[in-house]
Ligand binder design. Structure first.
Ligand code: HMG
Ligand code: MG
Length: 298
């Protein structure tokens, strides 16, 4: 059955902007984050403490965290691939951090330069330090519905990595269709395998829309009761280590879908749409949200 409420995690300021050809000014990122909060988004991935040599677009993570005009009811999260990243996030007073690995060995090598097992070894001290600091840790599993390097991915492999992250202390596991190749029945089967290892209440869907399937895939997992969705305002985004990966599913499109289904999000759609047009304008293009296009800029 459908959930009554969905928590939407807007990953636009991070996943959205990490793949831009140019570097976005810190002030623009801060305004984007502020506008998302004003629209009622309660969970925002604000920054990524990764190597600036690998992802220069996230090189101002410390300045972003320092410049936030924080709302008391918003969680500001940051990506932390290792202890060095965690130290940055801690100094930046992130409310939550996220570690990230994948179900595919080949993708993990390209993205974070290590094996899946090595990535988990790196996360152990991050999760330990986070626990000591009272910071929650989210875990990402990428390539859950296919890998740009290895092709098909077994649902059991996704489940095994998700289980490891849960056992290590992640409170929530976000399942990434990094290159948006999934289709609904596949998504459902993958979720079925993962829920044998991780409770449904601790799972999130992070579906990219590369092949235009993200909303269909989300509907499939919503029907199973999944209640946390990662999306990106204006459909910004993609992973620099997954060639051709276009944006995350647009937040506006997800909110419109959920409204139509009678599922609560607490988000003001019109304000979100306006935010999508605004950031697309800053990037010199039109919004990647169909709902945004339909409702216009008013
Ligand atoms: P490495 O080169 O193997 O690491 O990179 P290293 O430990 O050997 O360090 C190399 C250099 O990086 C050193 O500097 C370190 O100090 C520095 P040097 O001595 O050469 O001057 N360094 C750092 N600097 C800042 N912050 C750090 C940090 N760590 C090391 N945290 C590493 C390993 C993980 C750092 C690198 O591969 C990396 O940064 N990768 C990030 C890739 C990335 O950000 N990908 C996109 C995010 S994941 C994604 O988008 C998928 C997701 O959306 C879900 C989905 O869609 O599926 C989450
Ligand atoms: Mg992503």
């Amino acid at each position: 059955a459908l959930p009554k409420q969905v928590r939407l995690v807007d990953v636009g300021p991070r996943d959205g902007l990490q793949n831009e050809p140019g570097v976005i000014e810190t002030a623009v990122k801060l305004e984007l984050i502020d506008r998302l909060g004003a629209a009622g988004v309660r969970h925002i991935e604000a920054a990524s403490f990764v190597s600036p040599k690998w992802v220069p677009q996230m090189g101002d993570a410390a300045a972003v965290m320092a410049g936030l005009e924080r709302r008391s009811d918003v969680v500001y999260a940051a990506l932390t691939p290792n202890l060095k990243g965690f130290e940055g996030a801690l100094a930046g007073k992130a409310d939550e951090v996220a570690v990230f690995t994948a179900a595919s060995e080949a993708f993990t090598q390209k993205n974070i330069n290590c094996s899946i097992a090595e990535s988990l070894d790196r996360f152990a001290p991050v999760i330990g330090a986070a626990r000591e600091a009272g910071i929650r840790v989210r875990g990402y599993v990428s390539t859950v519905l296919g890998c740009p390097y290895a092709g098909e991915i077994e649902p059991a492999q996704v489940a095994a990595v998700a289980r490891e992250l849960l056992d290590m202390g992640c409170y929530e596991i976000s399942l990434g269709d990094t290159i948006g190749v999934g289709t609904p029945v596949k998504a459902k089967r993958m979720l079925e395998a993962v829920t044998k290892e991780v409770p449904l209440e601790q799972l999130a869907a992070h579906f990219h829309d590369t092949y235009g399937q993200a909303l269909a895939n989300l509907y499939a997992v919503l029907e199973e009761g999944l209640a946390v969705i990662d999306s990106s305002v204006a459909g910004l985004g993609g992973c620099p280590y997954a060639k051709g990966a276009s944006g995350n599913v647009a937040s506006e499109d997800v909110v419109y879908l959920l409204q139509g289904l009678g599922v609560e999000t607490g988000i003001d759609l019109q304000q979100l749409v306006a935010t999508g047009h605004w950031i697309a304008g800053k990037l010199g293009r039109s919004t990647g949200s169909k709902v945004g296009l339909a409702l216009g800029c008013s």
